[in-house]
Design a protein around this ligand. Structure first.
Ligand code: GRG
Length: 298
């Protein structure tokens, strides 16, 4: 199976699950639920949930039991995209090829849809205990991983630092620190969620976490590259936004070649962490995901 097919297959599993747990558009408050569904089903790559499922499988876990926790990761990711696009943040009118949530539903509904998508995942994970999908200890573990990836050492901290950096001169080390928080934290959390569901031993859990952290940073370096050399239609958002907003990026610090070299080195680091995992078909899929990230065009 090619990596595109693998991502599509896992994405379809996640989408079917999300469709079954998200409130229908007609349920009150209907405007809120319409905004939630509009943004969740706007067509993302589902990279984070796919990574969680692949890590769970590679560490000997039941990949089916990982689907709800993986869907929780995607909801948190979508929540961060909605808030990131708001006028008070990155002020982006287009996301995933269509008007961003606040453009389609107004700012107040977008803020609340983002809030909903940030909190609902925790109820969803807790519910898996009653349903007998996850043992309580695993649900607690997953909950802590998700919360950590969002708060003071995760996405929110990264966004605070990123916004502050817009009015300051920063160096490449500071840029890397921001991107580890803003982007790599949730990708690292995806691996930790997969490992938690698999109830993997500490050393395998640590190896997949470190690999995913390098992969998460690689993901952001490629994001910076795509903002310069990517295709607007394929990306579903206008390119050149970083330059227009005078943003600090890997490309602005190291040039296109330097950023490409950094992405390649980070992918190698991720692959070397994976080499300590037991051989399996899932491990092959994880390696494919690393190659997908470093070569991606969307
Ligand atoms: C509400 C959780 C939450 C956080 C508030 C707004 C904010 C703080 C943080 C912004 C974080 C952010 C949007 C980082 C960028 C990460 C990134 C590279 C997104 C693009 O991910 P893809 O390419 O997108 O996986 P798709 O559309 O494919 O899912």
């Amino acid at each position: 199976m090619m990596v595109a097919e693998f991502l599509e297959h896992q994405g379809a599993r996640i989408d079917a699950f999300l469709d079954s747990v998200l409130p229908p558009e007609c349920a009150e408050p209907a405007e809120l639920h319409r905004a939630v569904r509009y943004t969740v089903f706007a067509g993302g790559k589902r990279f984070r949930p796919t990574l969680a499922i692949a890590v769970c499988g590679a560490l000997g876990g039941d990949d089916g039991a990982c689907v709800p926790a993986a869907a929780a990761l995607e909801m948190i990711h979508v929540s961060s995209l909605i808030h990131d696009d708001l006028p008070c943040m990155d002020d982006s009118d287009v996301r995933r090829g269509r008007p961003s949530c606040h453009k389609a539903f107004g700012e107040s509904t977008a803020v609340l849809a983002g809030d909903w998508l940030l909190v609902h995942p925790f109820e969803l994970v807790a519910r898996q205990v009653e349903l007998g999908v996850l043992p309580a200890s695993v649900a607690v573990d997953v909950t802590a991983v998700l919360a950590r990836a969002v708060c003071s050492r995760g996405i929110i901290a990264g966004q605070v630092e990123d916004l502050r950096a817009e009015s300051q001169v920063i160096g490449p080390d500071e840029l890397e620190r921001i991107h580890v928080l803003k982007t790599a934290a949730l990708i690292e959390a995806a691996a930790s969620v997969g490992a938690a569901v698999a109830q993997a031993p500490a050393e395998l859990r640590e190896a997949s976490r470190r690999g995913a952290r390098a992969l998460g940073l690689c993901f952001q370096v490629v994001d910076d590259l795509l903002d310069v050399i990517g295709d607007t239609a394929a990306l579903g958002k206008p390119t050149g936004a970083d330059e227009r907003q005078s943003k600090n990026t890997y490309v602005s610090f190291f040039g296109l070649d330097g950023a490409r070299r950094r992405a390649d080195a980070l992918a190698d680091e991720a692959l070397s962490c994976l080499s300590t995992l037991p051989p399996s078909e899932w491990l092959g899929r994880l390696r494919d995901l690393v190659h997908f990230v470093v070569r991606r065009t969307t």
